[in-house]
Write a protein that binds this ligand. Structure first.
Ligand SMILES: [Zn+2]
Length: 631
């Protein structure tokens, strides 16, 4: 009798085991190359750089693919996943604002801390585990396929954290670091190295003794049981070792030369007896003694023992580690910000991209070789990150064009040829029954001039600063909400300071309509004082383009910048600088958060689709309806 009771459980366990899944030879394979641009792709297909893309286009289709509005990755990949628009899936921008505090917040996921605690020995012991939710609403097509009896593998698609409970998923953009942020790195230096106000870095000043010995700390997460206690830390020791630096951190005692990345180091933050929180980091030595400068990556969640779920099934993250070694787990591991702040070199950044690309390839080919899923989806974001950081190498009008040379100038061409190589490897793994879709979520444009949109709103009299102040730091700290009617936050969003919605709202419904019209009419008339160029092509009314207003987060207006312009970093976080438009002197030199018509993505297929694939949402619908079709 007992045996009988155990049988269903055993059956379920076996069913969940990939080895026992029947072989699938008729698959729909979808590869995303984030940010792949149709003009660049065509140019390099024409000159012979991308032979596999040429081959794929000849098998099926190749055309530009309209992007989402706004053309931002979390929005576009949510359109792709759900087959709906932002008004239904609720992701409108990288950043949302909390209408209570008017502070910017990450729009993709939300952590709900434990609600019940037991106070004991001065500690707060959580009685429930809290919760993390994906703020994207709706059923992604890979879950719909499973509801119809199929199996799905989905790897590193943006906005998939926490992972959906499907056959196999590795979460992508949205996975935090061990501090709960989207990636906070640390710079250790004997010289001051303050980052800019919009940066997510920490800097630690080093003070060597006479022998050059340095004792310092790597700061970790907050104490899990004592919210008031200082953050946890672990010891970091540095010593000169000839030309190199001896580094003792976590489980490692290594020597690093200047310009060298370390392997993964496991760090452990103890908080109570043997209890600890573990993470993994990589180091990069920028310069050695006497002016030592060391970069420590954000603390990644350890896939061998993740503190939050990284995958479905939960042990898949550890199995990938067993097979291929440790890997970057943060949703956005590419250190774009440290390169932008001058805390990493072009070369170090490109080496990191090679490592991450290799990790993603390992995972993807392994999943393909298993032949156990009807739908296999993998997104490679390296095309996007390199286009952001190295557009200065292909844009003669960018302020940094002249000084961008060598491998930096070649970087975008290089990553497109890498995408072609990944495509070739994939096509070799495809059987006669498989179909392939390759797409990007948006294209790319130059980013030469940074627009302080809140300054423009101030000049229009719609945003007012307190006590005649000239400017406001990020977070709107000097904004007088009692007189402010509109404010900009995020990459494309403008909100009206509405009564009954914003904490200090002053604008009633009928006036809101008039203010929106004022901005829709006036902003496209703005000319860049330096170049005379039009700054904004069009302003979209959120009420028109986002029917449904899911999550109640829809912006009132969406700004469609002209190519060459983008919201300044200060604008995205609610700052009001004195100037209206600044030169973009940063390495982050390409962008796509502009008017959607100017930055379409690409679509390639290995087959002639039964219905036209002419939108991101259409791909989700197609996958839902045709996942069982043959080529
Ligand atoms: Zn991007």
């Amino acid at each position: 009798m007992k045996k009988f009771l155990f049988t269903p459980l055993l059956t379920l366990m076996l069913a969940a085991c990939a080895k026992d899944a029947p072989r699938v030879d008729q698959r729909l394979i979808i590869i995303g190359f984030d940010g792949m641009d149709p003009v660049l792709a065509q140019q390099w297909m024409d000159d012979g750089s991308l032979p596999n893309f040429v081959k794929l286009a000849a098998m099926g289709e190749f055309h530009p693919l309209p992007t989402s509005n706004p053309p931002q990755s979390p929005v576009a990949w949510s359109d792709f996943a759900t087959g709906t628009g932002p008004g239904e899936h609720g992701i409108y921008d990288f950043l949302r604002r909390d209408p209570e505090t008017l502070l910017p917040a990450f729009s993709i996921s939300k952590s709900i801390p434990p609600q019940k605690f037991l106070s004991l020995f001065g500690m707060e012991l959580p009685l429930d585990s809290g919760e993390i939710i994906n703020r994207r609403i709706g059923t992604p097509f890979w879950s719909a396929v499973e509801e119809q009896g199929g199996r799905s593998t989905v790897l590193r698609v943006p906005v998939t954290f926490p992972p959906d409970p499907i056959h196999r998923m590795m979460a992508g953009m949205g996975v935090p670091d061990l501090l709960g942020t989207q990636g906070t790195y640390t710079i250790y230096s004997t010289r001051p190295t303050a980052g800019s106000a919009t940066s997510s870095s920490r800097s630690v000043r080093l003070r060597p003794n006479r022998e050059g010995h340095i004792e310092t700390l790597l700061q970790g997460p907050a104490h899990p049981l004592k919210p008031e206690a200082p953050a946890l830390g672990t010891e970091l020791l540095l010593d000169p070792e000839g030309e190199k630096v001896r580094v003792r951190l976590g489980d490692s005692d290594i020597q690093l030369a200047a310009g060298e990345w370390s392997d993964w180091i496991t760090v452990s933050f103890s908080y109570f007896g043997p209890a600890s929180v573990k993470g993994i980091v990589r180091l990069y030595l920028l310069s050695t003694y006497p002016r030592i400068q060391l970069y420590v990556s954000p603390i990644h969640i350890d896939p061998r023992n993740p503190v939050v779920p990284l995958s479905s099934p939960p042990d898949y993250a550890a199995k990938v580690e067993q097979r291929f070694g440790l890997y970057h787990t943060i949703g956005m591991p590419e250190e774009t910000w440290s390169l932008n702040e001058g805390h990493l070199t072009d070369h170090a950044f490109l080496e990191m991209e090679r490592t991450i690309l290799q990790e993603r390839e390992n995972m993807f080919y392994d999943a393909l070789d298993r032949h156990d899923s009807n739908v296999v989806v993998s997104v490679f974001v390296q095309t996007d990150r390199i286009s952001h950081m190295f557009y200065r190498g292909i844009d003669p009008e960018h302020p940094l064009y002249e000084e961008t040379d060598g491998e930096a100038r070649e970087a975008i061409h290089w990553i497109y040829t890498e995408a072609d190589r990944v495509l070739g490897e994939t096509m070799q793994r495809m059987g006669a029954g498989d179909r392939l879709i390759v797409l990007s979520d948006h294209g790319f444009a130059p980013f030469r001039r940074a627009v302080n949109l809140n300054r423009w709103l101030a000049e229009e009299g719609l945003l007012v600063l307190k006590d005649k102040q000239q400017e406001s730091p990020i977070g709107f700290t000097a904004v007088d909400w009692s007189q402010t009617r509109a404010y900009a936050l995020g990459l494309n969003s403008v909100f009206i300071n509405r009564t009954g919605r914003e904490a200090h709202g002053i604008v009633a419904e009928d006036e809101a309509g008039r203010i929106k019209q004022q901005i829709i009419t006036s902003l496209p008339g703005l000319l860049d004082p330096k170049t005379g160029l039009q700054v904004v092509r069009e302003v979209f009314d959120g009420a028109v383009i986002y029917p449904g207003n899911a999550n109640q987060d829809a912006p009132d207006l969406v700004i469609g910048y002209e190519p060459g312009f983008r919201a300044s970093w200060q604008t995205t976080l609610g700052g009001v600088p004195i100037s209206l438009i600044d030169d973009n002197n940063k390495k982050w030199s390409g962008d796509h958060c502009i008017t959607p018509a100017a930055v379409p993505g690409v679509l390639f297929t290995s087959f002639k689709p039964e219905t036209p694939l002419d939108s991101l949402q259409g791909i989700a619908r197609y996958a839902r309806e045709h996942w069982q079709a043959s080529p």
